[in-house]
Design a binder for this molecule. Structure first.
Ligand SMILES: Cc1cc2nc3c(=O)[nH]c(=O)nc-3n(C[C@H](O)[C@H](O)[C@H](O)COP(=O)(O)OP(=O)(O)OC[C@H]3O[C@@H](n4cnc5c(N)ncnc54)[C@H](O)[C@@H]3O)c2cc1C
Length: 500
């Protein structure tokens, strides 16, 4: 810890996992850190609600890459297990198709081969070759993009050289094209394409680099947080407080004060002004530029390529029966995935036949619901809010009905009759609660034509002492990535100060 750092005041705007991770990482280096969060608890989209005896994890449900969380605690001299523990989830996912086929994804190699043999004699071998390709993408990405916090394609080229950058990262092919180089079975294509769920984009638009995700999941495992996902936010909050981070809840930041090219303070909704030597924004880049920096049209135009990811219709259902056919994580596929993705990302409409992600957390943790009941959380991806294509409350309700009917048709008999309680979130709720850009749930979309899969840079282009963390900047959305962004921002701040 550097003693000189304690005279440097850092204000972090927002207590999502990105903000918490940045605050912990910077407090570990001895900086004087304060977090200002508009909501009544920390965690941001990692959120929780108790209703009628059911405990709903409102946001993320799949945890991968535990080593990223371990690194945060280890650098602070702590053991992550003393704050929050993770349990392995197996099988990883259960995949349901309209023709009745059911395929599990499991890290057990022999069991996985058996599952794939259901699809045909050569499918397991094709999968193995695909996984070798996925491993290569992941290894290259971890070495530079993740470890060094590379922020643009030019930084990537400087780090790896032009030929290796283009060949190793497969950024010009689409994810779907990358899958089809190895896999001929249409069901396995659908399964592997749907790993794009992790970043809320389309496999037809995102770069083939995104095919690193299956390797990440199989190599690092898929985890549940013991006692419920929100325990991760609580563990990080406890560590932040132990490190002396002051956390102000129910406090909205309305402006970042500037003097020349430097941020000098933040203004709060109640009129208070907090002076700051460095500001870290966990509010997404574009909303922060619009609301806190009052950026000009031309500055905002430069950010257009960082379009928001999809949003979601999130149904948290408490049901008074158990569906034994479900695993903890389940996918119910569209018959026409291309139409489904095009509805979300091209026409910005609600899909006629969506692919549905369904979480049944009581399979690992029955205590989340009363005896004899379980939680069915349903999350079909849908378009982010588009002012040119507004969707009405009736549109969302009709879509909810389509989703539930599809689930009933695919085996969840009488689902609608068994709902005893429900919490229902549209993109409007997501935007209002977290100030995410147009109700996006993962930050910036990965699109090979718009941004080659890169998100916005961590350093502000306007102010030299303003940095961003979270899903809208590199390395992107999802709990591990935003937590990594908090650690990478520490490295950037330390490097910038060393260079001053
Ligand atoms: C329904 C759903 C399912 C998901 N599923 C998964 C999953 O299974 N696995 C996974 O890894 N990820 C998943 N994600 C994505 C994951 O939740 C996010 O990528 C991650 O939690 C975002 O963290 P963040 O720090 O970037 O931002 P956020 O969590 O959005 O935090 C930003 C914080 O800043 C606060 N804030 C914003 N503006 C201001 C302001 N002006 N003043 C004060 N405070 C402000 C907000 O209130 C918020 O608390 C899911 C997300 C959702 C919504």
């Amino acid at each position: 810890m550097n003693e000189h750092n304690k005279n440097t005041r850092i204000v972090v705007i927002g207590a999502g996992l990105g903000g918490l991770s940045a605050a912990i990482s910077l407090a570990t280096e001895g900086f004087s850190v304060e977090i200002v969060e508009k909501n009544d608890k920390v965690g941001g989209k990692l959120n929780i609600m108790e209703k009628d005896g059911f405990t709903f994890d409102l946001g993320p449900s799949i945890l991968t890459m535990p080593h990223i969380f371990d690194a945060l605690f280890t650098r602070a001299g702590k053991n992550r297990e003393d704050y929050v523990s993770f349990e392995k989830v197996e099988p990883h996912w259960r995949n349901f198709f309209e023709d009745g086929a059911v395929i599990d994804l499991t890290p057990d190699k022999e069991a996985m081969r058996k599952e794939l043999n259901k699809l045909g004699p050569h499918v397991a071998d094709q999968f193995e070759r695909f996984m070798a390709y996925s491993k290569k993408l992941c290894t290259e990405t971890e070495a530079g993009y993740f470890a060094k916090g590379l922020d643009t394609f030019w930084e990537l080229i400087r780090c790896y050289g032009p030929i290796r950058s283009l060949l190793s990262f497969d950024v010009f092919r689409s994810m779907d094209q990358g899958v089809r180089r190895f896999i001929s079975d249409p069901k396995l294509v659908d399964i592997l394409n749907y790993f794009i769920k992790y970043v809320g984009s389309s496999p037809y638009d995102s770069p083939a680099l995104m095919n690193l995700m299956p390797y990440i999941q199989f190599e690092y495992g898929l985890w549940y947080v013991h006692g419920g996902m929100y325990g991760l936010a609580q563990g990080m909050e406890r560590l932040a407080e132990e490190l002396g981070v002051n956390i102000r809840l129910n406090t909205e930041v309305t402006e970042i004060r500037q003097d020349g090219n430097r941020a000098t303070a933040i203004c709060l909704a109640d009129g208070q002004v907090l002076p700051a030597d460095i500001v870290v924004s966990n509010m997404e880049v574009i909303p922060a530029m619009q609301k806190l920096l009052h950026s000009t049209e031309s500055e905002l135009k430069k950010m257009q390529r960082f379009e928001p990811t999809c949003s979601g219709l999130v149904l948290h259902l408490g049901v008074d029966r158990i569906y034994p056919q479900l695993a903890h994580h389940n996918f119910f596929y569209s018959e026409h995935p291309r139409h489904h993705f095009d509805a979300i990302f091209q026409s910005h409409t609600l899909s006629d036949d969506p692919t549905i992600y369904l979480v049944a957390p009581c399979k690992s943790d029955p205590k989340q619901a009363p005896p004899g009941c379980e939680i069915i959380k349903v999350l079909p991806h849908i378009p982010h809010l588009d002012p040119n294509k507004p969707l009405s409350p009736e549109d969302y309700l009709a879509f909810r009905e389509r989703v539930l009917i599809k689930l009933e048709r695919m085996g969840l008999t009488d689902l609608r009759k068994h709902i005893v309680t429900e919490e229902y979130w549209t993109p409007h709720d997501i935007q209002a609660r977290y100030y995410s850009n147009q109700g996006s749930i993962y930050g910036v979309v990965a699109d090979r034509f718009k941004n080659l899969g890169f998100k916005a840079p961590q350093r502000s282009s306007q102010l030299s002492n303003l940095y961003f963390v979270g899903g809208s900047i590199n390395p992107g959305g999802g709990m591990p990535m935003v937590t990594l962004s908090g650690q990478l921002v520490r490295d950037k701040i330390l490097a910038d100060r060393a260079g001053d």
